[in-house]
Each structure stands twice: as structure tokens, then as C-alpha cells.
Design a protein around this ligand. Structure first.
Ligand SMILES: [Zn+2]
Length: 76
């Protein structure tokens, strides 16, 4: 895949940070390879990157850091 499905922009491989929920908790995965649209910013994950995320969050990987995340309510 080398073309964005949203805007047909050019995709480039980049390392991104992904937020993923697992078991009621959110985790941040840093330095995940992904294809990012250079035009609209849409991010596409390869099946390998997806598997890597599952491995990390189910394999009990030691966190490299802990962040506090602000929760906002869009319905208010
Ligand atoms: Zn795009």
C-alpha cells in the first residue's frame, strides 16, 4: 500500500506513538512503525505492527515510562 485511502496522498513509513486500550487500561506504544499519509496524517498499521502491539501488551513487557493521561468528556 502506498496511497492514502482517505485522500490519495503519499504514504511514508514513520515511527509513531499509538494509544491502545487493553483490559480497561490504556497503554502507549512508542516507536511503532506505521505508514503515515504525508497529506492528511492518516496512519495505517501493518499486520506486523499490529502483532507487535498485541505481543507487547499481552506479554507483560516492562514499561519504559508511565504517563498521566487527562480524560475529557465531549458530551458535556
Ligand atoms: Zn491522506
Amino acid at each position: 500500500m502506498n496511497e492514502c485511502l482517505v485522500c490519495k496522498g503519499k504514504l511514508r513509513e514513520q515511527q509513531v506513538t499509538r494509544m491502545q486500550e487493553y483490559g480497561g487500561h490504556w497503554v502507549l506504544i512508542e516507536n511503532l512503525p506505521a505508514l503515515v499519509c504525508q497529506q492528511c496524517g492518516e496512519t495505517y498499521y501493518t499486520p506486523q505492527a499490529h502483532d507487535r502491539v498485541i505481543d507487547l501488551i499481552t506479554g507483560g513487557a516492562e514499561p519504559v515510562g508511565v504517563e498521566t493521561v487527562a480524560v475529557l468528556d465531549a458530551s458535556a
